[in-house]
Design a protein around this ligand. Sequence first.
Ligand code: HEM
Length: 212
Amino acid sequence: MYPEPPLLIRRALDDDTLPTRRGDAESVTVPRGGDMFISVYNLHRSSELWDAPDTFDPTRWDRPTGPAANAANAAASADGASEKREEERWAGYDPELRGSGLYSNEIASDFAFLPFGGGARKCIGDQFAMIEATVVLALVLRRFDFDVAAAELAPQQGLGVAVPDIGMRTGATIHTEFGLWMRPRRRRDIPQQPQQRQHQPPQQQPSQQPSL
Ligand code: HEM
């Protein structure tokens, strides 16, 4: 919902003509040297593409959306919706196309979900970043619980920040405007890791040496 880079920027190396979003007869002329801003934030929040785009709903990635959902319904009801799919230029989101990817990528969403960009200049660290974030979060949450504490802690820094007011600041990347104030509590009920259980020192075995 908050793509780290909210904009991707491209500069035309030559005069070019691009189709409009629906692929109709109109076109857009881009002059050589012209910059194009692709608003990833707006793309991810577009109600033309996504159902309830402002709602935090991770389960959305488990079901087809848009024309991909129409195609799935057409296959079930054979009502000709697949023809509609031909007309529409966005293929929709199809979770089947995610493959073994660690996140719902641009391929599964026909380039409507671009947290790591897409095409030739796509991020080379996407899989690494997802694994790194997951491991760090899991290790931290294993040891600490967190309470949101903006109302209590932010005023100590001269900020009057209530929880809903963490704000949003954008530049090259998106941030909270005032920080996300949390108070960590060390957990006492830390579950034992599986490898700790596996690597218990082996029980002392009776000596196999034949006694003399
Ligand atoms: C959550 C973490 C990350 C996010 C959200 C992210 C996002 C992105 C995006 C959107 C682009 C495409 C920029 C464009 O099209 O103009 C990009 C490019 C790139 N990223 Fe990442 N990235 C992340 C982590 C990483 C990591 C961990 C590495 C390296 C290990 C990395 C290396 C690169 C490189 C080298 C490019 C340029 C690729 C090219 O232009 O050929 N990124 N990143």
